[in-house]
Design a protein around this ligand. Sequence first.
Ligand code: NAI
Length: 245
Amino acid sequence: MKLVDKVCIVTGAGRGLGQGIALKLAKEGAKVVVADITEEATEDTVRMIKEAGGEATGVAVNIADYDQVQAMFAKVLEVYGDYDAIVNNAGINRDRMIHKMSVEEWQVVIDVDLTGTFYCVQEAVKYLREKGSGSIVNIASGSWLGNLGQANYAAAKAGVVGLTKTAARELAIKGVTCNAICPGFIKTDMTTSMPEAAWDRMMAKIPMGYAGEPEDVGNLVAFLVSDEARYITAEVINVGGGMIV
Ligand code: NAI
């Protein structure tokens, strides 16, 4: 187990990718803070971790609300007294072609995916700089390179990549790493809710021919927050079965 004695926060960990990441970190011995939009949304993941013999605490947070983000970190310090890593996974999409996209659809995705990630990075940075160690992993997306119907999402995720590389440069001297992961097409509510024809078109674009599982991303996160990855920072790593090149 690579992560014994580490405390790791995972946002959006109530389901999907975040849940897969949280379960993997717990399996490697981490104490996991399962953060999601409501306390209820965190319950399944917390129960699954505890049933498997791990340690987890659920915290309700809307990452797009700065006060709630501050309150989340305060709660983590109250419960565990410290933390080592944050995985900024919470995110949403509101897909529409640019000529039909409303300003609200643009703004809400920027608010959650980019500004929300910034709030969490900023609060973590303040603490981890002083601590002199730690890791930040931001879940971006292969869509940051541009994707039909995802101007809001692609812009937000490209912003997350810029934020990641800047944080990495600012934090390197403090012994803190910051990396981004770009999942390709992973089986979660975000993707399985799409029409069958769109799903089939996606499959055709994946050289490996199948959608990834949340654990495929969790395995990389577990490595990036482990001491074994101490010299890896400012990287953008694809987990996409060859889809993102
Ligand atoms: P999902 O929709 O299944 O789960 C997202 C989770 O984030 C939910 O539990 C939701 O309650 C939570 N959440 C949403 N807004 C929040 C907020 N304001 N504050 C706190 N929590 C919030 O999505 P999925 O597929 O698990 O995606 C997770 C991350 O991975 C997202 O950042 C997404 O953009 C990214 N991603 C997913 C891909 C995929 O193929 N599923 C591909 C590339 C990136």
